[in-house]
Each structure stands twice: as C-alpha cells, then as structure tokens.
Ligand binder design. Structure first.
Ligand code: SF4
Ligand code: SF4
Length: 173
C-alpha cells in the first residue's frame, strides 16, 4: 500500500512512480494554496459532519485540551471502527463545538479538522484526477462540496482555473 506524504493512502498501489509523485506534488500544491490563501473562517459549518478521525497519537492531547480524563474521553467520546481507527462518537454537531459555533479545542483539534477541506484526501484525489485527465470535469468531481460554506465557495470559485494553470507542469505517466 502506497502512502503519499504520510497520510494519503493510495489504495491498490504498492509504490508511487516518480512521475506520479511529481503530479501528486502539483495537486498538493494547489490544495495547499487554498489553505495558505484562505484560512478557515471558523464558521463551524463543517463541524456537523460524521467521520471525524482521531489518530491514536492525538488522543492524549485532545482529552487534555477538553479537560476530560483520558479514560472517560476514550470511553465516552471515541468509538473504534472495525479497521482500528478512532472516530468522535458525537457528531452533528461535534461535542466540542461551542454555542458560538467556535471549536472549544481549536488549538488542539484533530489533524483532520485542520486539514479540512483543502488538504483532505477526498479533495486531493479529485484535484489529481482533474490534473492528469483533461477530460475530467473538476466541477462534477467536487459536486459533493456544499455551495455555501466559506471555504468550499472559494474552492468552487476558481479551482478550474488553478488546475488549467498547472496543467503544463503535469508529466505524462
Ligand atoms: S466550513 Fe470551512 S470555513 Fe467553516 S469552519 Fe469548516 S473549514 Fe472552516
Ligand atoms: S474538534 Fe473542533 S474543529 Fe473539529 S469537528 Fe469538533 S468542533 Fe469542529
């Protein structure tokens, strides 16, 4: 199983060729250009989603930030899936979303919350697909994104142009 940048699991791939790695770097660069240029506005809209993954190495930090003893945190706030991952038990909204729609553990929130939506694998994979396949329609590929969130509105506004601008740097595979 190939893993890109330590977190993007490439199902069914044993290794990543240098050409593929170059093109993945391009897709990553595009995704990160949003993260750098349009930081999260902390509107709390994405904090109503399921599947907030907590990495094992984050559990201690998050339970401390929440002021919840580790044992209680693991028992009452996390659920372990069949494949061994930990997810927040309470979602829609997340147990740590305050009444003002702000995250109460912002500085110590899970990595996936920091990555979302610019650097999560769902978006990365679609940018990569559109970059390497000129027939792919990025608008259709990201139709799953909400139209009204501050971050997804920005992405939908100019992702097609950003992909076109990078296309001449794509290397054939
Ligand atoms: S919906 Fe977007 S802007 Fe709002 S909190 Fe989530 S990541 Fe930030
Ligand atoms: S931990 Fe914070 S940022 Fe992440 S879903 Fe919960 S409230 Fe939102």
């Amino acid at each position: 199983m190939a893993v890109y940048r330590g977190k993007y699991v490439l199902e069914g791939l044993g290794t990543i060729s240098p050409e593929m790695e170059h093109n993945l770097d391009l897709a990553y660069e595009i995704c990160m250009s949003y993260k750098d240029g349009f930081p999260c506005e902390m509107c709390g809209k994405c904090c109503h989603q399921p599947h907030i993954v907590v990495r094992p190495e984050e559990i201690d930090r998050i339970s401390s930030a929440a002021g919840i003893p580790l044992y209680d945190f693991m028992r009452n706030y996390l659920v372990q899936t069949g494949d061994g991952r930990f997810l927040f038990k309470k979602t829609n909204p997340c147990a740590f979303l305050g009444p003002d729609n702000r995250c109460r553990i912002w500085k110590d929130r899970p990595q996936i919350c920091d990555d979302f939506p610019y650097a999560v694998s769902m978006f990365m994979s679609r940018v990569y697909l559109a970059l390497t396949n000129p027939d792919a329609d990025i608008g259709e590929l990201i139709a799953y994104m909400d139209d009204d969130w501050p971050c997804t509105r920005v992405i939908k506004g100019d992702i097609a142009q950003r992909i076109e601008a990078a296309r001449d740097r794509v290397v054939p595979m």
